[in-house]
Design a protein around this ligand. Structure first.
Ligand SMILES: *[C@@H]1O[C@H](CO)[C@@H](O)[C@H](O)[C@H]1NC(C)=O
Ligand SMILES: *[C@@H]1O[C@H](CO)[C@@H](O)[C@H](O)[C@H]1NC(C)=O
Ligand SMILES: *[C@@H]1O[C@H](CO)[C@@H](O)[C@H](O)[C@H]1NC(C)=O
Length: 367
């Protein structure tokens, strides 16, 4: 989802700085699951239509299924296809997935993942276990459609994906397998996080355009709402809706989670209150059953949540960490975070990519 090298370098430069304990230390409630593929680097997380947890690897061509009842892990291979040699926007890179960080459920009952620099969409058919790969029609645009920094969302009829470097949002129809392409009006806007909201529109962030977009998927009309920059800067992942009118998104640079009212277009912004969080890089957000918004922080091994009405944050230490803040040691790269309320569970799942593991935190004691 993000340029990893840049953040690793930042982290290495800043390690060893001051320590202050976050609010909650609760290590009994954590469970860690090591991924079977060495150096796979799990990144995003989602709940499937089958109530299983799914993650995808940054560095391996697989979609991973975790059974929340047994903790059993199953992997599905993404076939390596060359769409057409002439259509590749990059030289051949040895068949290795590079930096895809998104897995999402489709409303057709299947799971979808991006393939990173291969610029394709992978569909895991949950009935057959077969993964198919689909190539968007616009892979030849001059700047390429590198999906390194992208996201997806399953709408009622289409899987939507942002092709960030080409300023494009694409829709893949579940039934016909036809693509539609929507050009974002602002050049260099880098469309990224997205959610099909209760108003029937696809809302998305423009990470470099510093705007929130709204796509009418019927007419193709895109409205754009500038964020109050720099209070709100680099809107990133937008996955939470609350109260029927608010959409919430993480902000890398303003170190915050912000909201936009879908009807008044007013913004709310809550700064991360963890100690030394200036470069925490809030990454992904998710809503729990108590209507709390949780978010991951790329560089700090914490899980943080807040009620949308007050923004009052609680920070929970992820155990197996020597130093929590300002940059955690060891640096584990916490990106994925996903609430899970199925099978009688009440959990927050998270990924720690560099340690090749998925963890979960039980919200109820003694689960
Ligand atoms: C690949 O490029 C050819 C033209 O060179 C074009 O006709 C075809 O539609 C492209 N295919 C894809 C999948 O983009
Ligand atoms: C999309 O635009 C059409 C035409 O203006 C309108 O009737 C429809 O309600 C819009 N859809 C959404 C979700 O805003
Ligand atoms: C939204 O913002 C406008 C302009 O700043 C303001 O007049 C209005 O009261 C705000 N509405 C709410 C519900 O906060």
């Amino acid at each position: 989802m993000v340029n990893m090298r840049c953040f690793v370098a930042t982290a290495l430069a800043l390690t060893g700085a001051a320590y202050a304990a976050p609010v909650v230390s609760d290590s009994d409630r954590f469970t860690f699951l090591n991924m079977p593929t060495p150096l796979g680097l799990p990144c995003d997380l989602a709940v499937g239509p089958d109530n299983m947890i799914y993650t995808n690897y940054l560095l391996a061509n697989k979609i991973v299924q975790i059974n929340p009842t047994t903790n059993a892990i199953k992997e599905f291979d993404i076939p390596f296809t060359l769409p057409l040699l002439s259509n590749l926007s990059l030289p051949v890179y040895g068949g290795v997935a590079f930096a895809p960080c998104v897995v999402r459920p489709g409303q057709d009952g299947n799971m979808y993942a991006a393939t990173g620099l291969r610029n394709q969409l992978a569909k895991l058919d949950l009935a057959t276990g077969v993964v198919s790969v689909f190539t968007p029609p616009n892979a030849l645009q001059p700047v390429g459609n590198l999906q390194l920094l992208n996201d997806m969302w399953g709408g009622p009829e289409d899987m939507f994906l942002s092709q960030s470097t080409a300023d494009v949002i694409s829709a893949f129809n579940y039934k016909t397998h036809q693509w539609r392409t929507y050009q974002v009006p602002t050049p260099g806007s880098n469309p990224f996080g997205m959610r099909y909201a209760s108003d029937g529109a696809l809302w998305f962030t423009e990470t470099l355009g510093q705007k929130i977009g709204r796509l009418n998927t019927t007419t193709g009309v895109i409205q754009e709402f500038p964020v109050p920059f720099p209070t709100v800067a680099t809107p990133a992942v937008l996955r939470v809706e609350t109260g029927g009118d608010m959409l919430w998104f993480t902000c890398f640079v303003s170190d915050s989670v912000a909201g936009i009212n879908m009807y008044t277009h007013n913004f709310t912004n809550y700064r991360n209150t963890a100690f030394g969080s200036a470069v925490s890089v809030p990454s992904v957000n998710t809503l729990d059953a108590q209507n709390n918004i949780w978010f991951s922080t790329w560089t700090q091994n914490l899980l943080t949540y807040f009620p949308p009405a007050t923004g009052k944050m609680t920070h929970i230490e992820i155990p197996r960490t020597l130093i929590y803040t300002p940059i955690s040691v060891p640096f584990e790269m916490n990106v994925g975070v996903q609430y899970y309320g199925g099978e009688g569970k009440n959990r927050i799942y998270f990924t720690q990519s560099i340690f090749n593991r998925v963890g979960y935190y039980d919200l109820d004691a003694g689960q």
